[in-house]
Design a binder for this molecule. Sequence first.
Ligand code: 5AD
Ligand code: SF4
Length: 473
Amino acid sequence: MNRNGLGIIKREDVTRELDVARAVAERFEEAGRVGGNAPRCFIRTFGCQQNEADSEQLAGLARVMGYAPAEREEDADLILVNTCAIREHAEKKALSVIGTFKHLKEANPDLIIGVGGCMTSQKHRADTLKNSYPYVSFTFDTGSLYRLPSLVAEAMGGKRKFAESDVYGIAEGVPVFPKTPHSAWLSVMYGCNNFCSYCIVPYVWGRERSRDPDDVIEEAKRLIDGGAKSITLLGQNVNSYGTESDHGCTIAELMRRICRLDGDFVLRFMTSHPKDASDELIDVIAEEEKVVKHFHLPVQSGSDRILERMNRKYTREHYLGIIDKMKKKIPDVTVTSDIIVGFPGEEDADFEDTMDLLRRVRYDMVFSFIYSPRVGTPAAKMTPAVPHEVSAERMERLLALQTAVSDERNKRFLGRKVRLLTEEISRTDPSMLTGRGDPARPVHFSGDPSLIGSFVDVEITEAGAFSLTGKIV
Ligand code: 5AD
Ligand code: SF4
């Protein structure tokens, strides 16, 4: 139990779910549904890396239940949708995808459809799915993913069940079926206590709770033994790691411990809140060879007035101070950020402050979003709303500026040799491979697909705003 009163979900509860999962697998086995005839599970994931990581747990549980992965929804006996609620667009997209499953259910009445994650952790959305999507069998919230086996077993018996958003703990021992074992996610904490006025996360993920450092280290070892060459530590606010626990281990110490593990791997982390980005954390990035020299530090706005309305709890000067400190310690650091455009009350002068901040920081890359009101958050009631045309025009200007800066920043790599982890076959050109390293953007190079999962040294020969190209040296 940590000081937020949020416990570790009991190991017995997870074990019980695994027993249910194995019982489901036995039923499939008795019905001859094994091997090529095994039932199939299709998982569609929306949203951030946390959801990607959670979907690998869903896949792990589905595997214990006897499901093989399905390539397409059409081939599935079980469809799971892991949703995002960060902006309205993400929710609309998920709902429209779920809508397309209606005809699949008509064609196959035994099809089980489960929807979970951030969107369904809001009562009004769980209610919508219950009442207007009769072909959805169950929903589960962000904290009760480990209950998937029971939900599936009940759905097989014809029961529909809808999440109540009551479980905000940590479930240890849930099996994982990684999509890319060489590039692994590792959740270290869940939830957020910051209540930025625009953000739905604290409502759908609950309060901050951190995993025990020993559990994290054990998992890191397992991942490395399983072939992980890149580990990304995940948390909605990793700087708060451990602050609500009694173990006293900070995120910086945790990273140092992971770096001490044997193996050739790199370590990344996200996401950080500027109000508690510590010197200790900057030192870890600077000093530890295994840590990728990249800091994602979302600023959201360059205007103090808007930062205050956003309840961000830092000023523009404080933020720029962190960036200065970091650039002094790590001159070549890659810095990226998130920006919200068109927050309620954002005036031209506020937006110009954001543009000015972008010019001063010179980010390698920025993820920018038009503000989207979220039901139940304070900002949803703030006025005046910025008209969409104004936000869209500001966004266009921001993108133009940032594209030019990203282009210049990426050009610093020209002629340089960088060490990359070969991640995949390029999504845009199947004759190329894509790797990642210190540059914020992916690097494309030609090479044999057998290199996927290995480190390569690549000399950068072309660099644009959105990608880099190189050749293996
Ligand atoms: N509208 C627009 N963007 C948002 N983000 C979070 N909430 C909202 C919202 N309501 C953005 C922030 C955050 C990123 C993950 O999503 O920039 O850092
Ligand atoms: Fe949302 Fe703010 Fe928490 Fe990030 S720190 S998850 S933006 S409330």
